[in-house]
Design a protein around this ligand. Structure first.
Ligand SMILES: Nc1ncnc2c1ncn2[C@@H]1O[C@H](COP(=O)(O)OP(=O)(O)O)[C@@H](O)[C@H]1O
Ligand SMILES: [Mg+2]
Length: 163
């Protein structure tokens, strides 16, 4: 399995890289994707895990947003954590489905707005990686009014490391 390997990374750079990697699929749906993260944002985190979390969340945002929608990524320091959010203007999620999204053993997967298919595993992996880094993930969403996925990275790396 993946080892937790914290290192100093520039979060802004990692977000920008993921946005450019997904530029083609967002352009196809005429979706605007922007980062409002400040230029220098050093965090201690596992680069591969953080990358996978961002890619999954951005992929979902593109997948579940209609043509001409928009996606905004932000990161702020809040107390001793970094709070990262991926917010879209997409189709949103039914309230009763939300607990199933992150829980192993349940499955909830809808086709995207361009009929893209999925496995229903992406968010479970996100949760796993977020928690391995000592963070938390949650979503704020309502049908037809977009979704915001929010995860935290403890400022000093993993929770185990802080003990
Ligand atoms: N940004 C989003 N907007 C609306 N629905 C979403 C979003 N992200 C995830 N979902 C819902 O959660 C489900 C599970 O997501 P995920 O675990 O990534 O699996 P998959 O994308 O393979 O279906 C999706 O099928 C979709 O119904
Ligand atoms: Mg997905």
């Amino acid at each position: 399995m993946l080892q937790f390997n914290p290192e100093l990374i520039n979060l802004r750079e990692l977000i920008d890289e993921n946005i450019s990697d997904l530029r083609l699929s967002s352009l196809k749906k005429e979706i605007t994707m922007v980062s409002v993260v400040r230029k220098e944002f050093p965090v201690v985190a596992d680069k591969n895990m953080t990358n996978a979390i961002l890619r999954n969340l951005l992929n979902n945002a593109i997948k579940f947003t209609n043509r001409s929608g928009s996606i905004k990524v932000n990161a702020v320091n809040e107390g001793d954590a970094v709070v990262v959010s991926v917010k879209d203007t997409g189709i949103g999620i039914a309230e009763k489905a939300i607990p199933d999204l992150f829980r192993i053993g349940t499955k909830y997967s809808r086709p995207g707005t361009a009929k893209e298919q999925g496995t229903g595993l992406g968010l479970k992996i996100c949760k796993e990686f977020v928690e391995m880094q000592g963070g938390k993930i949650r979503v704020e969403s309502k049908p037809h009014s977009g979704s915001e996925f929010i995860f935290t990275i403890p400022a000093s790396g993993s929770s185990e490391k802080r003990d």
